[in-house]
Design a protein around this ligand. Structure first.
Ligand code: PMP
Length: 367
């Protein structure tokens, strides 16, 4: 049998495994930061309508520049993120992973480097590798906040071409305050002109306002967003960025022509028509997230403050054994490989109860 490594693949891919959380068939799945609420029926009907209309034109390529969608995304950001942007500031792609990939293809690449503060979203390192960009791991404090002085020193030492700031950070839930973003941005620009990417995939779940207004007057600052979490549309694959219009022009140099299908554009537009209902679910999830934090702490668990739709909890002498024990109670959480810690996504109140009961049970079993 031919194995991957028998093929003439790039050296840096040899022996590597693909990204992916286990997709196990268990009653309660709280492991991939999905939104637990299916799209409401009126929205499902509207998607069917808009997709039917798009289907009448599928003999043609889609709108290559996704103008209507970018206009509506800009209106959504203007309304919810405290800063006026237009379609010239916004670019969309198949999930924010593709947005990040396009950014790295444009601003990273062979001979260039990207730096992130770990533990963080592991795809930052993997997309860097996939685009031939060298990866550099910057520090976090023991409480998972960014130590600004240490971070500034790492930036000065490595002079990265791309700097990732994940806020709220996956898997820890930690938000980065605007003053810290600005110090890191300034440090990055002082080292060399470089792109600073604020990965705000979980922005809507934060207790704090979006850092989006910071893009004003900072052409090298990009905010990356997604409809996978707050819009409950992980299956849609729609991510977007907001930045100076020059950044939007620059990513056109690497995007594939017609990368965003007409069906995707129609579905995303339908979802945006139902923003208020979907943001209502976000409010419920934020309350459930806060309840998980409170109840885990009441049980005596250590819990990292969370601004996302998930909670990092511990600490376990053997986090993989704890992951398995929770799974044995029918609840799938995530072992992100952060020693001592696990991550649970906020689900429905019933799912969260099942999770909390499972943790209570394993703590009893171990005492
Ligand atoms: N950024 C972060 C921090 C994430 O956690 C995720 C999804 N897990 C993404 C980006 C990518 O999401 P998507 O491609 O679904 O937009």
């Amino acid at each position: 049998m031919t194995r991957i490594d028998d093929l003439p693949i790039r050296d840096e891919l040899r022996g590597k495994s693909p990204y992916g959380a286990p997709q196990l068939d268990v009653p309660v799945r709280l492991n991939t930061n999905e939104n637990p609420y299916p799209l409401p029926e009126p929205l499902v009907a509207r998607i069917a309508e808009r997709v039917a209309e798009a289907a009448r034109h599928l003999n043609r390529y889609p709108d290559r520049d996704a103008v209507e969608l970018r206009t509506e995304l800009a209106a959504y950001l203007t309304r919810t993120a405290g800063h006026e942007v237009t379609k010239a500031n916004v670019w969309a792609a198949n999930g924010s992973n593709e947005v990040l990939q396009q950014l790295l293809q444009t601003f990273g690449g062979p001979g260039r480097t990207a730096l992130g503060f770990e533990p963080s979203y592991s795809m930052h390192a993997l997309i860097s590798r996939g685009t031939g960009t060298g990866w550099l791991s910057g520090p976090r404090r023991d409480d998972f906040t960014i130590d600004v002085d240490a971070a500034v020193a790492a930036i000065a030492e490595h002079r990265p071409d791309v700097l990732f700031i994940c806020t709220p950070n996956n898997p820890t839930g930690t938000a980065v305050d605007p003053a810290t973003v600005l110090r890191l941005y300034d440090a990055a620009q002082a080292a060399k002109p470089s792109l600073v990417v604020l990965d705000e995939a979980y922005g809507e779940f934060s207790h704090h306002p979006s850092p989006l207004p910071l893009i004003e007057g900072r052409p090298n600052l990009v905010v990356s967003r997604t409809m996978s979490k707050a819009f409950g549309a992980a299956g849609l694959r729609l991510g977007y960025l907001a930045a100076d219009p020059a950044v939007v022009d620059a990513v056109q140099l690497v995007r594939l022509p017609y990368h965003l299908s007409a069906v995707t554009q129609a579905t995303a537009l339908a979802a945006l028509e139902h923003t208020d209902t979907l943001l209502g679910y976000v409010e419920q999830l934020k309350a459930e997230r806060d309840r998980i934090v409170t109840e885990l702490r009441a049980m005596g668990c250590e819990v990292t403050d969370s601004d996302a739709n998930f909670v990092q909890f511990g600490r376990f002498p053997d986090s993989h054994a704890a992951w398995q024990a929770i799974l044995d109670h029918g609840v799938l959480v995530r072992d992100n490989g952060v020693p001592g810690w696990l991550r649970v996504t906020a689900g429905t109140p019933q799912e969260n109860d099942a999770f909390l009961d499972a943790v209570r049970a394993i703590r009893k079993e171990n005492n």
